[in-house]
Write a protein that binds this ligand. Structure first.
Ligand code: NDP
Length: 328
């Protein structure tokens, strides 16, 4: 079977030269193990951080061993009574075609109502991130004007719709193309959206403020622009800062941080895995919204393991609408 290894640590945007595809023989199954054939691999921005050899909330990828990441697949062999051949499972054994792993680290998925891939996006880690960020970190209140950057991505597209479900007054989004902006407004129910290439965020956001809650996926100019237009006592949930992930050195922060004082703003970062206690509540609510048609989602597919690196690079050039995935 084939798996992708990190061969050297990238500086800047990763390219094919930083990875190698390696053919390996899978080990025999021990008691309690399953053999999983991956069908869909997740491609996520946070993986860029794991390519650096620095201490963070997840350890760095090791050079010369398989990288991991979310994946869904089918059990092909089982020596566990927890999982049977044919079961669909969610694992962290991504970036490869097949894996042998203990059944205990695979989660059996209910694919009777949604495709397995949904558990990598809308019903998975990105969806939960949107929910946690709005509900617990931004403490969304009825009637709030909410601004979401990276709004056409996996997290952002769920965040906009969840904000509406949680009672937001107005939902504003920013994204990187006219097509994405139309998708937000015409299909996802955003009240307004703009393409951040059309002019400075601070200028484009002006007509939509003041913003009570800002869900930041982008950082940089977006964060500075949002701070300018926050309402007094506004709340900012720092989810990510993708604009800076490939920078060689830390980028200067917002120049207007003093406005946090004058406007009495709360700004708080978070990592979704610290909020696993909200998982079952999220599944219940998101499942209901999906069934009712109040939550819709899109996926962007690259085909085949050989496209994995291109798909990953695509995250940094806006190549995805909704969740970025690779189908095997
Ligand atoms: P997305 O599906 O949003 O994919 C990334 C998108 O970011 C691209 O499609 C692109 O869309 C946009 N983008 C890329 N570069 C830039 C740039 N320089 N300026 C503005 N936009 C840019 O990824 P996810 O939904 O998976 O993740 C979104 C954010 O959430 C990331 O910052 C990620 O790190 C973070 N995250 C945080 C978690 C947590 O626990 N805190 C958990 C999961 C994700 P466009 O065309 O609009 O530019």
């Amino acid at each position: 079977t084939r798996e992708i290894h990190l061969s050297t640590r990238p500086v800047g945007l990763p390219g094919p030269e930083h990875f190698e595809t390696v053919s390996v023989d899978l080990p025999d199954l021990a008691d309690g193990d399953v053999l999983v054939r991956n069908t869909v691999l997740s491609v996520d921005p946070y993986m860029r951080g794991r390519m650096n050899d620095v201490k963070s909330y997840v350890p760095p990828f090791q050079l010369g061993s398989p990288m991991d990441g979310g994946a869904v697949g089918i059990v092909e062999e089982s020596r566990s009574d927890q999982l049977a051949v044919g079961d669909t499972v969610l694992t962290m054994a991504g970036w490869r075609e097949r894996a042998v792993l203990p059944a205990a680290v695979a989660r059996k998925l209910d694919v009777s109502r949604v495709p397995a891939s949904a558990y990598l996006g809308v019903l998975g880690m990105p969806g939960l991130t949107a929910y946690v960020g709005l509900k617990r970190i931004a403490e969304l209140r009825e009637g709030d004007t909410v601004f979401i950057s990276g709004a056409a991505g996996a997290v952002g597209s769920v965040a906009g719709q969840v904000a509406r479900q949680l009672g937001a007054g107005r939902v504003i989004g920013s994204a990187g193309s006219p097509e994405k902006v139309s998708w937000l407004v015409d299909e996802l129910g955003f009240d307004a959206a703009f393409d951040y290439h059309d002019g400075p965020v601070a200028r484009q956001l002006k007509e939509h403020g003041p913003v009570d809650a800002y869900f930041d996926n982008v950082g940089g100019e977006h964060l500075e622009g949002a701070i300018f237009h926050m309402a007094d006592f506004g709340r900012i949930a720092l989810c990510g800062a993708i604009a800076g992930y490939n920078a060689d050195a830390p980028e200067p922060g917002p120049r207007n941080l003093m406005m946090l004082v004058s406007k009495r703003i709360t700004m708080r970062g978070f990592i979704v895995s610290d909020h696993a206690d909200l998982t079952s509540q999220f599944y219940r609510e998101a499942g209901d919204w999906l069934a009712a048609g109040d939550l819709t989602y899109r996926e962007t597919y690259f085909e085949g393991l050989d496209q994995m690196v291109e798909a990953f690079r695509g995250l940094y050039s806006g190549g995805n609408t909704g969740k970025m995935l690779v189908r095997l």
